[in-house]
Design a protein around this ligand. Sequence first.
Ligand SMILES: [Zn+2]
Length: 450
Amino acid sequence: MPESFNQFMLQETVLNIGFDDTDSPKGMCTTFLAYKIVDLLQKQKTEFLDFPRLIRFNPNIPWKTRGNGAVSLKIKTKNPSKIKNQIKNLVSKYSDIKNGANPGLVFFESDTIPAEFIEFSNLALWQLIKRDHAKKFAEKNNLEFFYQGNGQGLVGAIGAIGYDFQDHTLELLSYRKRAKFGKERKLSSQSVKIMQEKTFPNTFNSFDTKKGRVLITPHGPDPVFYGVRGENVDSLVYATTILKSDEKLDGYMIFKSNQGTGDHLKNELNFENMKPYASGQITGTVSNTPKIEKGGHVFFKILSKNHEFWCAVYKPTGISSVASNLIKGDKICVGGGVRKASKKFSRIINLEFIDVISLAKNLAKTNPRCKLCNKRMKSKGKNQGFQCIRCGRKSSKKTIVEISRKVKKQLYIPELSAHRHLTRPLQRIGKSNKTSKFDKSLSWFCVYGN
Ligand SMILES: [Zn+2]
């Protein structure tokens, strides 16, 4: 073997691994597969260059798995082909194909991520990307890729590698032992409440104090016991010491994520790009009187750059009353997902936030007030004018009064219980995480002993 070839063999290479859509509503979970892969790599003393990355893509596409989340890993290795084979095996083993998973797996050897990847990922965050487009992208860029089922998972697998964080959060996911999969999760809700109080604002969305509800435990059969979201490793690990449960867990892993960043709504929607399932924001003026439909859902129109768009605010978001109190002329910025046209409505934006920029004056006509008695005059009949019943004083026309507004000039976001993975919680408004840099010495991965 020539010496140069030998040296090449020993050289370390940076390997990016992306995978998605390995889960189904009936069980398993892409993050658990990631935990298994990392466990295997850790045992081989693989060097990790970043946290495992958990990326949530456009939440408004119809065929997403539970959270539309994909995972990518960035490692340094001298033996990429061995690692690729191991991972291929784990992906087939842990993908729930018979229950509808469409796993995709992508390998990309490079320390830097080309702009095309970032662009692809950015589009997957707010648009609907067809799987054929992902397949073409993979072929064009000479990626090593594998898929089963229809290959929808390739979109997230490529997107997870390409995601360019402007802001991020972390999530500590703890996993159950196999014997407990599908069993009820018993976690002291009091301990979750205390944990939230002690770690605020370095954790978020753990406990809904209004409804007294624990938000960190999933309800499905998947292997996750709980997931705590926050800003840095120390706060998350500290949180696990406060949480109380009798169940012996398998371990935990901390992911770097775009959850809680609101990034899917950054893109500006307009007449041209407002295709079904797109997500984004739009600024304009309320152009009709909001209608309250059965169930308390509110519908209104917004005029933006000479086009009108329907907006819907559903009751469970907790901001339908804000929408119903908007009036013509209010200037607002709204964000959400575009729903396909139905018989009743053309394309409609399902709102995930309402930011009131300026309020119109709410003027109304009322019967005039008698200046002597300070009483409202009574109408004498149609076009007959008004008269004070106490002193008989008359007036010919109604007066205009300004009615105080029930909406304020502020940002309104849904109630905690209606938050999506990507929703930016109030405590993170105007902030971005710059503290949680990856460092090998951090305890971002742990398998508990028996
Ligand atoms: Zn009077």
